[in-house]
Design a protein around this ligand. Structure first.
Ligand SMILES: O=c1[nH]cnc2c1ncn2[C@@H]1O[C@H](CO)[C@@H](O)[C@H]1O
Length: 314
């Protein structure tokens, strides 16, 4: 039997230290082919996200991969550079790459690629969902043409209750997130309820430091900042592997289990950005805003995820 073709992936990213890990992981995963990166604000402003995306591809020797710049609509409140350093990459002030983004916007690029390969492209969204919502607005048939949208965001408990804390990516653009969740596209949400179980410990970082691999060497420089941030913010000796976990959902879906249900996003008041997960099996008389089901990750084999991250980055 012929080997299955690698899945075509576009990573929508705001690099970001854990974004860098996810991008490198993707480039080391034979199950997927990264066809492009699109950039978004979140961990840094979009302009810097684009610079960092180009830089990371240069480090990887993969400047053949397209980078399309995304929406610039962020305000100061939507940018979280404290977790990742002012430069988004652990305050290392790496030299700027000579490569340039393509002319198309992120939304235009996503629409184009989905039309070119109907049903074959997976978008892995690691930041606020602005570009994805813009792409759906630009071409509503995207919801049919896109293979899957795997997004890192939200916080979902299994019984359909609300978690009190709004997650960064969803609160970065709640309106966009609500558009994506209710669009009818095949959406898989990987939220904090699973990613907070996936932790790289100090001793694992030390192991990474022993590797001669280019990705391991590079990451050890930028990870110090992320470890310090986690010690300061969460009083923990380790880091959450949010973005790598979401990326690995496309590489090996059996690392997680999923529930189907409807997700809506609160867009007003102090609960702005909270994800509501309605996983009742209720059959409505007619379709309404609670009818478009998505998949939500509810359990995860955390040790297997960390092991895969380590193996592929060494
Ligand atoms: O403590 C934090 N505050 C804000 N953003 C964070 C923090 N830790 C990680 N991220 C970033 O936000 C997403 C997860 O919500 C991840 O993409 C990560 O890069």
């Amino acid at each position: 039997m012929a080997e299955p073709q690698p899945k075509k992936i576009i990573i929508d990213t705001d690099p970001g230290i854990d974004d860098a890990m996810a991008i490198f992981l993707a480039l080391r995963s034979p199950e997927i082919t990264v066809i492009g990166l699109t950039t978004i604000y979140g961990n840094v402003y979009t302009t810097l996200a684009t610079k960092n995306a180009l830089h990371l591809l240069e480090v990887a020797g993969r400047t053949d991969i397209s980078v399309a710049e995304g929406s610039h609509k962020a305000t100061k409140l939507q940018v979280r550079d404290f977790a990742h350093g002012m430069d988004g990459l652990g305050n290392q002030n790496f030299p700027e790459s000579k490569s340039k983004p393509i002319e198309q916007s992120a939304a235009e690029y996503i629409v184009e690629q989905a039309n070119l390969y109907p049903g074959e492209v997976t978008v892995v969204a690691l930041g606020p969902l602005t570009n994805i919502a813009l792409a759906i607005e630009l071409d509503p048939t995207l919801t049919k043409n896109i293979g899957q949208i795997v997004l890192l965001g939200g916080d979902f408990s299994v019984d359909g209750c609300v978690n009190a804390a709004a997650e960064t990516n969803i609160s970065g653009d709640p309106e966009a997130a609500d558009i994506v969740f209710t669009s009818g596209a095949d959406v898989l949400a990987v939220g904090m309820n699973v990613t907070r179980q996936v932790i790289m410990k100090d001793y694992e970082r030390d192991k990474l430091a022993e590797s001669d691999g280019i990705f391991a060497k590079y990451l050890c420089k930028i990870l110090d900042h992320y470890f310090s941030y986690h010690r300061h913010a969460y009083n923990m000796k380790g880091i959450y592997l949010h973005d790598p976990t979401a990326l690995l959902a496309t590489v090996n879906p059996s690392l997680m289990t999923y529930m189907e249900g409807v997700v809506k996003v609160q867009t007003t008041g102090i609960t702005r950005g909270v994800t509501l997960f309605f996983n009742n099996q209720k059959r409505f008389n007619e379709d309404n805003e609670w009818s478009n089901k998505v998949k939500v990750a509810v359990t995860i084999d955390a040790p297997a995820v960390v092991k895969l991250v380590m193996e592929r980055l060494m």
